[in-house]
Design a protein around this ligand. Structure first.
Ligand SMILES: CC(C)(COP(=O)(O)OP(=O)(O)OC[C@H]1O[C@@H](n2cnc3c(N)ncnc32)[C@H](O)[C@@H]1OP(=O)(O)O)[C@@H](O)C(=O)NCCC(=O)NCCS
Length: 215
C-alpha cells in the first residue's frame, strides 16, 4: 500500500519504546507480513517474559506499532534477533531508528560488538546494516529452513558511536551482496539466533517458532 502524505511528512513522530505484551498484536501483524515463517506469539512472550538477556523495542506512530526490533546482550556481544517495519512505513527511516536504538541500548548494557544474520537475497536489510558499519564475516549455509537460503553473518566491531557510520553509493548493494556471499567462509550454522525470523536456531532458542525463522 502507498504511504499517505501524512505519514511521509511526519517521520519525526515515530517514537522508540520498550516492547510490552500489549504491543504483541501489532508486532505479530507486522511479523506475518514480513517473514515467510513468522515467530509465534508464544515466541515473543517467551522472549519478553523469560529471557533475561533479551531486549525488545517498538517504533510507534501515535498508538500504532509500526516496527520492532530485538537483541540478546551477552557479555560484550549483542546479537540482533529480529527487526521489521510495517510495509506501509518502510523506506522512511524507521528501520534506521530502530537499529540505532538497539546500538545505544547495547552500549548501555556494556556490549561493544554487534552481530546478526541476513538472507543473501535481502539487499534492503544488508544496505541498512552496512550503513551502520556492519561487515560480512561469514556464511551460514542453508540457514533459513523455509527455502534453504544461506545467511550472511555480519558484525559491527565497535558500537561506539551508535548509528549510521558509512555512506555508500546508491545501487551498489546488489553487487556487494553477491560478492559477500561468494567470497566468504562458510560457518557451521550454530548461531544462537538470526535477524531474519526464519532461522531455525532462533526459533529453537525462543522455544516456540517451530523450526522456522529469525532477521
Ligand atoms: C529491513 C527493514 C527493517 C528496513 O526498514 P526501513 O524502515 O524500510 O529502513 P529505512 O527506511 O531506515 O531504510 C534503510 C535503508 O534501506 C533502503 N531501503 C528501504 N526500503 C527500500 C526499498 N524498498 N528498496 C530499496 N532500498 C530501500 C533505504 O533507502 C535505506 O538506505 P539508505 O540508508 O542508504 O538511504 C524493512 O525493509 C523490513 O521490515 N523488511 C522485512 C523484514 C526484514 O527483512 N527484516 C530484516 C531481516 S535481516
Amino acid at each position: 500500500m502507498a504511504l499517505s502524505h501524512d505519514v511521509r511528512s511526519q517521520p519525526a513522530e515515530i517514537r522508540i519504546e520498550p516492547m510490552t505484551p500489549g504491543d504483541l498484536p501489532g508486532v505479530l501483524a507486522i511479523e506475518r507480513r514480513s517473514f515467510p515463517t513468522p515467530w509465534s506469539e508464544r515466541a515473543f512472550v517467551s522472549e519478553l517474559r523469560d529471557n533475561l538477556y533479551a531486549d525488545y523495542i517498538v517504533a510507534r506512530h501515535g498508538d500504532r506499532v509500526v516496527g520492532y526490533a530485538g537483541m540478546w546482550c551477552i557479555l560484550d556481544e549483542a546479537h540482533v534477533t529480529t527487526i521489521a517495519v510495517d510495509p506501509e512505513f518502510r523506506g522512511r527511516g524507521v528501520g534506521d531508528r530502530l537499529l540505532t536504538a538497539l546500538e545505544q541500548r547495547a552500549l548501555r548494557y556494556g556490549c561493544r560488538r554487534m552481530t546478526l544474520e541476513v538472507r543473501v537475497s535481502n539487499h534492503v536489510a544488508q544496505r541498512l546494516y552496512r550503513r551502520h558499519g556492519f561487515r560480512p564475516c561469514g556464511i551460514r549455509r542453508g540457514y533459513y529452513v523455509d527455502n534453504g537460503e544461506d545467511a550472511i553473518v555480519m558484525w559491527r566491531d565497535r558500537l561506539d558511536p551508535p548509528g549510521p557510520v558509512v555512506t555508500e553509493e546508491p545501487g551498489a548493494e546488489g553487487a556487494r551482496g553477491a560478492a559477500a556471499a561468494d567470497g566468504l567462509e562458510a560457518t557451521d550454522g550454530v548461531a544462537s539466533s538470526g535477524v531474519d525470523s526464519t532461522s531455525a536456531s532462533a526459533a529453537g532458542a525462543s522455544g516456540a517458532a517451530g523450526g522456522s525463522e529469525a532477521p
